[in-house]
Design a protein around this ligand. Structure first.
Ligand code: FES
Length: 120
C-alpha cells in the first residue's frame, strides 16, 4: 500500500477507537499535562484501556511530544501492524489502514468477537 497524503492521520482522526479519542485530544493532553509515562495517557478519556490496539500509537505520540526515552525492554514487538515502517510518523500513517488494522487485530486476538471494544 502506497502513501497517500490525503489519507494520513489528521488531528480529528481517531487514535483510540474503544473510547473515541482523537489524535488532537491525545496531543493536547500530552502538551498540557506532560505525562511522564505513556500509560498516563489513559487519564485522557481512558485512551488505551480497552482492546489495547492503540497502545503502540499512544507510546509513539508520547515519545514525540514528551520526549521520553523508551528502553528496549519496553518497546512493543513488531506484530506486523505496529511495525516501525507503518508507525514511523503519525503524520504519514494512513488513517484507513490504521483503522482496518484494528479490525484485523481484534479478529486475531478475540477470534472475531466483540469488535466494539469494552462494554460499559
Ligand atoms: S483502540 Fe484504544 S483501547 Fe481499543
Amino acid at each position: 500500500m502506497g502513501y497517500n497524503p490525503s489519507m494520513a492521520i489528521g488531528p480529528d482522526d481517531t487514535i483510540c477507537f474503544c473510547f473515541d479519542v482523537s489524535l488532537r485530544k491525545v496531543q493536547n493532553f500530552c502538551q498540557h499535562e506532560k505525562p511522564k509515562a505513556a500509560s498516563q495517557i489513559s487519564e485522557c478519556l481512558s485512551a488505551g484501556t480497552g482492546c489495547a490496539w492503540c497502545i503502540p500509537m499512544l507510546h509513539k505520540i508520547h515519545g514525540q511530544l514528551c520526549g521520553q526515552y523508551k528502553p528496549w525492554w519496553r518497546q512493543q514487538p513488531d506484530d506486523g501492524y505496529h511495525s516501525p515502517e507503518r508507525d514511523a510518523d503519525s503524520a504519514t500513517l494512513d488513517a484507513d489502514a490504521y483503522a482496518s488494522g484494528r479490525e484485523e487485530y481484534l479478529k486475531r486476538t478475540r477470534g472475531g468477537q466483540d469488535t466494539q471494544g469494552p462494554k460499559e
